[in-house]
Write a protein that binds this ligand. Sequence first.
Ligand SMILES: C[C@@](CO)(OP(=O)(O)O)[C@H](O)COP(=O)(O)OP(=O)(O)OC[C@H]1O[C@@H](n2ccc(N)nc2=O)[C@H](O)[C@@H]1O
Ligand SMILES: Nc1ncnc2c1ncn2[C@@H]1O[C@H](COP(=O)(O)OP(=O)(O)O)[C@@H](O)[C@H]1O
Length: 276
Amino acid sequence: MSPAKINLMLRILGQREDGYHNLQTLFQILDWGDDMTFQQVNQNGQCQIRITGFNDVPEEQNLIHQAAQLLRPMARKQSDWLIDVNKRIPQGAGLGGGSSNAAMTLLMMNGYWDCGLCQERLLQLGNQLGADVPLFIHGRAALAGGTGNELISCQFDTPWVLLLLPDIHISTARLFQHNDLRRNQQCIDTALLHHQDLWINDFFPLLLSIDQSLRQLYQQLHHLNPVRLSGTGSAMFVLCKSRAEAEAAQSQLPQGLRSVVVQAKAAHSTGVEKNQ
Ligand SMILES: C[C@@](CO)(OP(=O)(O)O)[C@H](O)COP(=O)(O)OP(=O)(O)OC[C@H]1O[C@@H](n2ccc(N)nc2=O)[C@H](O)[C@@H]1O
Ligand SMILES: Nc1ncnc2c1ncn2[C@@H]1O[C@H](COP(=O)(O)OP(=O)(O)O)[C@@H](O)[C@H]1O
């Protein structure tokens, strides 16, 4: 499985000289996501991969393809593979679907092509593909600093999640570039990390002010307090103590809003040891 993530908290601390932003964020990995199956089609090939089941983006822009391209020069076993993707994670939702697919490709093809890369090296390659990719190589809930790539494992008491999936595509780059984005947030002390009252997302007020359809939807969700935003959105979520609580909240949603009740995942199997 290629899991989705949510950002329990996202604070934007400042902008760096290269244009990227330093963040303090809490990542939770979900037990829900895309299915990816890897099938070997040629034992003595040229390290080609072919992607089926997902052709929404041109092949060279597909993060699966880009991840394989980065690994190919390190392959010690020259086999060709078919990667079939069953997409559940909506694109541009702040759930890290493309990043997760890229990380799974790095992890699986590292083994199948016998590249022999350790986790640290895979984290570096992942970072070249996108700010969220290292999280999925890390494979567990984490506090992140830097651009989201400096990860420290953490555990949160957020067992069930009601995910709200409005049909709204948000460009991460566009939101980060917005003039009205607050970029000088305070970092919170690690001793306070588990205080859910401090779990704000600096993109949420901006998004509500610039996207009328999201604002109208949010106004219909006040009874679910607090509704939170994942990443740059548009996916939102409600944290629940039990499946029953999540399903009760789900039954009160406005008609036509896609939603799914999912469990948080303590760790996602990545198949690599720290010092392979
Ligand atoms: C905001 C977050 C939080 O989890 O998530 P999403 O909403 O995209 O899931 C991530 O940091 C996004 O990660 P990802 O979607 O991989 O972003 P990237 O492809 O690396 O970057 C897209 C663009 O966003 C901006 N960007 C991204 C990350 C960051 N820390 N600072 C930035 O300024 C840059 O302009 C970059 O060109
Ligand atoms: N394998 C992939 N799955 C999803 N999106 C992909 C993939 N490869 C490239 N993309 C592109 O990456 C963009 C961001 O995707 P995604 O990671 O799902 O969202 P977000 O950054 O909002 O969490 C998509 O809009 C899409 O154009």
